[in-house]
Each structure stands twice: as structure tokens, then as C-alpha cells.
Design a protein around this ligand. Sequence first.
Ligand code: FES
Length: 398
Amino acid sequence: MTYADIPTTWAPAVGLEEGPALRIVPDLPTALGRDVLPAEEAFEQEMVVRRVVPVTHDVLTVVLEPTVSGSRLAFDAGQYVVVGREVDGAWTERCYTISSPPTRPHLLTLTVKRMPGGVMTAWWHEECRPGDRVHVRGPLGSFAVAEHPAERYLLLSAGSGVTPTLSTLRTIADLAEDLDVVVVHSARTPTDLVCRAEVEALAVTLPRLRVHWICEEDPEGTWYGPRGRLTDDLLATLVPDLADREVLSCGPPGYMMGVRATLARLGVEPARCHEESFVLGAVGAPPEPAVDPVDPVAVVPEPRPELAAAPTEALVRFGRSGLELRCPPGTTVLEAAQQAGLAIPSSCGAGLCGTCKITLLDGRVDMSHSGGIRPREIAAGAFLPCCSTPDGDIVVDA
Ligand code: FES
């Protein structure tokens, strides 16, 4: 049987029935709390682990509390933080999407899947205990519903890429927003569905939330919903008004590649498609199973041929240290700084995480980022040295 053969009544979406007497407003672009929640602001401090909660057989949620009295993290649902601590004698930093909603800023939750060979995930799963401390910096990223006001949304995810969806749904519920949202989430098996009971409960109380789960395998023979990978036919069946929705996708590289192609074939405008993946796959790599977890650990920068286009060597001056160095054509500002022994904090090295963001004091750069910086930050003079080459001599605030 293919997905096209599946009668829609055979795999009903959770939340299809309209809920009890809740206020329904006309379709309007949403600010998802922008009008009532504190504006995003920089946060950096040690946080203490308050609880570690098992979620599935290989996923846990860790609840973090600020150590600075009265401090709160103001962020948008879908953003992430950089978490650091010493693991096995070495300082280790990883990016994690926040799974709690910004409506509960006094506690932060991260939902972490155990990754084979992952140093940090091994620490979370084997050693982390209440009372442990981690260093948290953020919020970062622009993968947020609030960044893309629209009348309707489709949230696509696979594996642990569900975390921004969790934060978004919890925010919608806390704010009692009547947002039209369809969630389509892929997992390997039914036991890999993260926070399934909670999401289904939200779909009962939120009148315009529909949730579709897809499982690749069903080893226990208990799954009655769609099986296999997300296909064009299945997505078109589950979300017939797909082209009218703002689409936010999060998952491992193979899944994202497949989603990109599917959305294009189904006629969704590229400008309406937004994505997040902490693992950047090689362009042209074959599709992978849709359920491989997002590993926020392994970040492999894609080749950036466009960065090799800078025609001449440029002089880069670091305003704070007074250091000056030559940046050869095709060399990013970050690479030049590292070669000169100047430490600029960085993580992904690919214009994705925003960790390396600094201010350009003079001159111009050619930047090719992947969502790690917002237009308003660029307008304010910030840039990402990991994905920027100088366009002539520059002065930076570092
Ligand atoms: S290091 Fe991640 S954006 Fe530069």
C-alpha cells in the first residue's frame, strides 16, 4: 500500500474535531507573543539543572534554572541556546533548541536525544544530575513563527527536530492563540514520538491545531497511522492547503533535503519555506531516513564556493586588540583571525548558529549566512565572520 492508497479516515489527524466553545478570531497574521512577552535580549550565565525528566527510551528533558537571582531568558519559540561545560576534561559547547515556551521564562527546558558517540549527549544522559551547572548563552536563531507572521502554518519535523514545534505549541497554548497550525512529524517508531501525549492533548484544546504522526517502522504492530517516509502524495493528502501556509521545517539533513524537494514539487513558494538543521549535509548527498535524529553536535560546514570570489587580499583590523592581519582571497574573517591566534567565539562555522556575531566598524563584507543573523542585526552593523569575506579593508569590533 502506498500513502496515496491510505484513506484519510484510516489515519485521522489529532485535533480535527473543532474544540469546545473557544474564541475563534478571523485569520490574522500572528505575533505569537511579540505584543505581550518581553523582547528578546542577550542572556549569558551559568544555569543549574533542576530536574532531568525521561521522555522516551533515548530522549530526556532537562530543566534549567538561572543562577542569577531574578534573571529570565526572553526569547522567541523556535530559538536556541549554546550550552557549554567541561566534559571529559575538555570545554564542550553544543547548540540546543529551547523546548520550553517563552511564556515560562524563569525556567528553560532542553529536550535532548542520545546520540551514538555524542560527547555532550552522553553527559546529559549518563552523568547529568540535579545541581549540576552548565553555561548557557543565547537566544540565537531566527527559526521562529514570530519571525514569519502568517495566517496559517505547517510545522514539519523529524526525530528530535520536534523541539521548536514543542516550544511553539506550548506558547500558542499559554497565550490562548487561535492559530491555524498543522504539525506533521516523522519518527522511526511509535515509541520514538517525543511528547506525543502532551501534543495530542494540546490538539484537543486548541481548535485550529491538527497533528499528524508518521512512523517509518512499526515493530510492535500497534501503529494505525501513516507508515514510511514523508512523500509528496502523503503531504498533499494530509495538508491540502499546503501552498497557503508558511512552512517551518526542522530535521536531519536527509529529511530536510527531501522536504525541500517535496515542497518545491507541491508548489510552495520558496519565500514561505523556513528551515533549521544543526547538521549541514553535503549538497547532493542521497536522502537519508526521515527519522534520523538531529544531532546538534556534529556540524559540517558546506562548501562555500561563493566565498572564494573575493578578488584581492584585504586588511582586517581588530578594533579592541589593535591587531591587524592580511586576509587572503577566499578566507573568511574567522579563519583569518584563527590563523593569527585571535580567539573569536564560534560554534557551527557555517553562518547558522550566530555564535561568532560581531560588529563591523568600518568597511564592507560579503556574507553568505544560513539564518544565524537577523536582518535587523545586519542593519545595526553586525555580521558573522565565519561566513564573511572582506570586501576591501575592514575594521571589526573584536
Ligand atoms: S560560528 Fe555559527 S554563525 Fe558563525
